[in-house]
Design a protein around this ligand. Structure first.
Ligand code: C2E
Ligand code: MG
Ligand code: MG
Ligand code: MG
Length: 280
């Protein structure tokens, strides 16, 4: 069935994602433990406005500190977690922890919004908005201060369901960002059906945009498309000043990247320049 085939075509065979791979099974058993035993952390990466340099938000990024093998990056376990149902407790943990750690900064306005990455799986679950609502209520944070980053793959697997779920979330006041924009091979059809606030240009286009004409054209086109649709445009993966300047010249609204700040553990993020001052 066509929609699923399209959705799956970004995952060419990869043994670590084979459901019967013993290493993967062991890893998932350990992840289950990690969720329970506090081996997970969130790092926070500032998102700044290109016009002012002020922080307008931050993205929470999951880190797994494995007692034996050290830090395991999310790309190595998120997809397996999606396929084994572990994504549900994982997402619960991220929402709970992120909102709790940032509640003070969000309440004071030092942080305007917290962005959390949401897997396609969660968006196919019609109960998901309810769950998010519970976390917001428990933390006392206004829905307008939570942004959910979703990738195009969600639309490719089940457009109808994803649109429905996002419509409810948006109606609640939650902000929606389309992450890794331009990498999903999907039609742009979904974007006009959706209450999206922001699109995020994938770092694969951003990282070489100052040396590669094609990448520059793609970045320019996405900015124009986003603005024509009335959306804010964010560039991710900004690693040097030349890229930052080029994005500013193109009228991109916001950016994120190592040049501004790496994702930081909460303790360090709290002291990140501009955060305490609340200036934007
Ligand atoms: P993403 O949401 O597109 O996040 C951007 C990735 O780029 C992050 O990798 C970030 O650390 C990295 N990055 C930021 N600035 C730069 C830069 O200047 N240069 C380069 N080369 N990389 C940069 P990370 O943290 O390894 O996360 C990878 C992906 O894992 C994320 O991509 C997201 O799709 C997923 N992910 C992370 N945390 C969560 C989570 O809590 N839940 C879910 N469902 N997915 C998550
Ligand atoms: Mg993201
Ligand atoms: Mg991204
Ligand atoms: Mg990504």
């Amino acid at each position: 069935y066509h929609a699923r085939e399209t959705g799956a075509n970004y995952s060419l065979y990869d043994p670590t994602h084979d459901p019967h791979n013993p290493r993967r099974l062991a890893l998932m058993a350990e992840l289950r433990q990690a969720i329970e035993n506090d081996q997970l952390q969130l790092h926070y990466q500032p998102k700044i406005a290109l016009a002012t340099g002020g922080m307008i938000g931050a993205e929470a990024l999951l880190r797994w500190q494995h007692p034996k093998t050290g830090m395991i990056p999310p790309d190595q376990f998120i997809r397996s977690a999606e396929n084994t149902g572990l994504i549900k407790p994982l997402t619960d943990w991220v929402l709970g922890t992120g909102l709790r750690q940032c509640s003070e900064a969000l309440a004071s306005g030092a942080l305007r919004h917290l962005a959390i990455n949401i897997s396609a799986r969660s968006l196919h679950d019609l109960r998901f908005p309810n769950l998010v609502g519970k976390f917001l209520k428990a933390s006392g944070i206004a829905p307008e201060k939570l942004m959910l980053e979703v990738t195009e793959s969600a639309f490719m697997v089940d457009l109808q369901r994803t649109v429905e779920t996002l419509a409810v979330l948006s109606h609640m006041g939650i902000l929606i960002s389309i992450d890794d924009f331009g990498t999903g091979f999907s039609s742009l059809n979904y974007i006009k059906k959706l209450p999206v606030n922001e699109i995020k240009i994938d770092k694969s286009f951003v990282s070489d945009m100052t040396s590669n004409e094609n990448d520059l054209s793609i970045v320019r086109s996405i900015i124009e498309l986003g603005h024509n649709l009335g959306l804010k445009v964010v560039a991710e993966g900004v690693e040097n000043k030349a890229t930052l300047d080029s994005l500013a010249a193109l009228g991109c609204d916001y950016c994120q990247g190592y040049y501004i700040s790496r994702p930081l553990p909460h303790e360090r993020f709290k002291d990140w320049p501009g955060h305490a001052s609340g200036k934007t």
